[in-house]
Design a binder for this molecule. Structure first.
Ligand SMILES: O=C(O)c1ccccc1NCC(=O)[C@H](O)[C@H](O)COP(=O)(O)O
Length: 232
């Protein structure tokens, strides 16, 4: 049975762990190949051993070299909730995500504008959660008018396709504006325990890809994020 990402985030917090959504990132527009000889499933099993709250996978093909079939295979091969990240704008893509047994789908407020709430409802009608992504005050106003259970604050400006470093300051600025019961996820550009602690002061969970994929000791790095922290 499909697990809700929001439930796993709450569970990890109850267990006294940091709720970390770990991304299997196969390619970065900035760093190129991220797998470096490993398979997607090697990374998936490593993340499972580290008690992450969920898995993120980008299906966008052109810039991130993702594949929908790989997303489907990841969903088939894990009990963890799986988030699909892509530039989704249609009901068909929501249905496809649910049919592949995904748990959650990224909806970008800046891209969808006043259609965001409608697509959140479509996600819920299909038994999946929406992670509504915001990066600005305007996006935040859109997100709080939806019924989303999850709001993601992207520390990077996605239109720059990762040429910017991203800054946790975006989470620190935007999170206090999100006066809703939705869980907040600080996404992107989190590479150190200092970033992690700052993000978790304002957010319920973090989403991390590059720092894990580039680590010499992937499991060591993920465990440090899941179990470590402290004050920034
Ligand atoms: O975040 C988006 O809006 C997005 C949409 C479609 C494809 C990629 C997208 N962003 C990139 C990512 O999802 C990041 O890889 C993820 O947030 C992890 O960030 P990082 O830890 O900085 O690699």
């Amino acid at each position: 049975m499909r697990k809700y990402l929001s439930k796993m985030i709450k569970l990890r917090k109850q267990e006294g762990l940091n709720a970390v959504i770990a991304e299997i990132k196969v390619h970065s527009p900035r760093h190129g190949d991220m797998l470096r000889g490993r398979s997607v499933f090697d990374i998936l099993k490593a993340y499972e051993r580290c008690d992450v709250a969920g898995i993120s996978y980008i299906t966008e093909e052109k810039h991130f070299r993702g594949s929908f079939e790989t997303f489907r295979e990841i969903c088939r091969n894990t009990d963890l909730p799986v988030l699909r990240k892509d530039f989704v704008t249609s009901v068909d893509e929501v249905e496809r995500t649910a049919e592949a047994d995904g748990s959650a789908l990224l909806l970008i407020a800046r891209v969808l504008g006043d259609r965001t709430a409608e697509l959140v409802d479509v996600c819920h009608d299909h038994g999946i959660e929406a992670l509504v992504e915001v990066h600005s005050r305007d996006d935040a106003s859109i997100a709080i008018e939806t019924g989303a259970r999850l709001i993601g604050i992207n520390n990077r400006d996605i239109s720059r396709l990762e040429l910017d470093d991203g800054s946790v300051e975006v989470t620190e600025t935007i999170a206090p504006l999100l006066k809703t019961p939705a869980l907040k996820v600080s996404e992107s550009g989190i590479s150190s325990l200092e970033h992690l602690a700052r993000a978790l002061k304002h957010a319920d969970a973090v989403l991390v890809g590059t720092a894990f994929m580039l680590a010499d000791d992937l499991e060591g790095k993920v465990r440090e994020f899941v179990r470590g922290g402290g004050d920034a």
